[in-house]
Ligand binder design. Structure first.
Ligand code: EPZ
Length: 463
């Protein structure tokens, strides 16, 4: 299928486009994806631990913002320009999904132009949706723009069941008829309605995805929508910023109550994605776990408040310096942490932070309250000599003086990053597999770390 996902002015094939996002191409090629080859490859990062790090690390644009901002391109006939878009496989996948719906997607470096003038489909192809949970972000804007949408249920993943009950409940509150049959969610305007109608939605849980889906749907609804118990995450605020730049009338983003006054049309915009707070936290943890000093940026401190506090509680010294943070660490102390919705400690940094605690002096308790199956990295850390006991959603971590290198498997995006961090600190060689997860959320992590002194090689052999 010739993709309409283009670079520059000439249409490019999917493979050629993927090659443009070098990181993604490397991942796809190594995993035998996109090459038509059915030879599986053993792709892994080989890390020689114990290297001190020094220098500066750049934080890319936020994956969890860029994905939903890309979906917002479905809301307008004008072109949406997004800057600071990270070169990730998830971004590639979302671009392919939007292109399949009729959006003309053109990439120049980390800038995406998304032209939603003619939407030709209201059902993203299953084979594309199946690779990317964030594809469900299309249902709200497609319904609002086209009056109907058919999007496969995103289904569960490694970390949990990932329901979309709140998304469906909210769309119904906006006047949509929603059915779920054979794994496909079909949402349509009811009766002779020409638009969705504003309504009052109370979310049972502050779901990030549901909040974002309903903001996009309500932006073009007739009348006012109130979303109560909305998620407070910075990515929600970033979406509100984009929609406002497109002409939407939104207030309260970043608070539990968001009010959207629907408008008839939205126009294009030129908008920069916020820095990735989760990648920033991961890079700060790379300094802490190797007892090094690094400068990491750009960082918006308010996006990482709970994490910065925990790093200081653990003994790290942080200095804010013009949009970046300088971190230095000698000793690391044990501490307790519990994942919570923003502004609490983010679940996406639970695994990376646990790698640090595995090397701290003392006993730490980590409680995962957001996802039901997000402690699989514990078994992999134990293979590296970490002393961790699991009890339900709680891990008790007895810090050890030194982890030992071992072959380990990343079981989801953030667990893979946690294994890389552990490998940086471990004695000897660590081989991290599961790079298909890592490459979804970290743009060239091994390149960034190698540039500040880490010894990491990406290897790929026929399995
Ligand atoms: C977003 O997922 C992020 N993904 C996740 O990042 C992040 O971990 C999560 O928010 C929490 O911060 C993107 O933004 C693309 P939720 P989302 O709906 O929207 C329950 C990463 O590693 N829930 O806020 O799917 C749900 O089961 C990824 O970058 C319901 O019960 O998260 C979970 O326990 C992983 N019913 C909790 O809420 C619903 O209808 C949080 O889910 C919806 C959700």
């Amino acid at each position: 299928m010739r993709s309409r996902f283009m670079t520059g002015t000439a249409p490019m094939s999917t493979t050629a486009f993927t090659a443009e996002f070098r990181q993604a191409a490397v991942a796809d090629e190594n995993n035998g994806a996109g090459t038509g080859s059915d030879v599986r490859r053993d792709v892994r990062l080989e890390i020689t631990g114990g290297q001190p790090l020094a220098g500066e690390l750049r934080v890319s644009g936020a994956k969890n913002s860029a994905l939903v901002l890309m979906a917002a391109s479905l809301l307008s006939r004008d072109t949406l320009r997004l800057r600071n878009v990270p070169p990730l496989t998830d971004i590639t996948a979302m671009g392919e999904i939007l292109a399949a719906l009729g959006v003309r997607v053109t990439r120049n470096g980390e800038t995406l132009d998304l032209d939603g003038e003619s939407i030709t489909q209201v059902a993203p192809p299953y084979e594309l949706v199946n690779t990317l949970r964030a594809s469900f972000f299309c249902i709200g804007p497609l319904l609002a723009r086209m009056g109907t949408a058919q999007v496969p249920l995103p289904g569960g993943c490694q970390i949990g069941s990932r329901p979309v009950v709140e998304h469906v409940k909210g769309l119904k509150a906006l006047g949509a008829t929603v059915t779920i049959e054979h794994g496909v969610v079909t949402a349509s305007l009811s009766g002779r309605a020409r638009r969705l109608t504003g309504g009052h939605i109370h979310l049972d849980c502050p779901s990030v995805g549901a909040t974002e889906t309903l903001m996009m749907a309500a932006a073009l609804a007739d009348g006012e929508t109130v979303i109560d118990n909305a998620a407070l995450e910075p990515e929600v605020v970033d979406l509100a910023g984009l929609l406002t730049a497109m002409g939407a009338r939104i207030s309260g983003a970043g608070t539990p109550t968001i009010v959207i006054a629907g408008v008839e049309r939205l126009h294009g915009a030129d908008y920069a994605v916020i820095p990735d707070r989760i990648e920033a936290g991961t890079l700060l943890l790379a300094a802490a776990i190797t007892r090094s000093s690094l400068r990491v940026g750009p960082i918006i401190p308010e996006h990482l408040g709970a994490v910065l506090t925990k790093l200081e509680d653990a003994g790290c010294r942080l200095r804010h310096d013009g949009g970046a943070i300088e971190i230095s660490t000698d000793q690391v102390r044990a501490l307790d942490l519990r994942t919570m919705p923003f502004p609490g400690f983010p679940t996406d940094l639970q695994a990376p932070f646990m790698s640090l605690l595995a090397t701290a002096s003392g006993t730490s308790l980590v409680v995962e309250t957001i996802f039901e199956n997000r402690l699989q990295h514990v078994a992999e850390l134990q293979r590296m000599g970490a002393a961790i006991r699991l009890q339900g959603n709680t891990a008790c971590i007895e810090g050890v003086p030194r982890l030992s290198g071992a072959p380990v498997q990343g079981t989801d995006l953030r667990a893979s990053a946690a294994m890389v961090l552990a490998g940086l600190a471990a004695e000897g060689i660590t081989q991290v597999r599961g790079l298909e997860f890592l490459d979804r959320g970290y743009a060239g992590l091994e390149h960034k770390l190698t540039a500040v002194g880490a010894r990491i090689r990406r290897l790929s052999d026929p399995a």
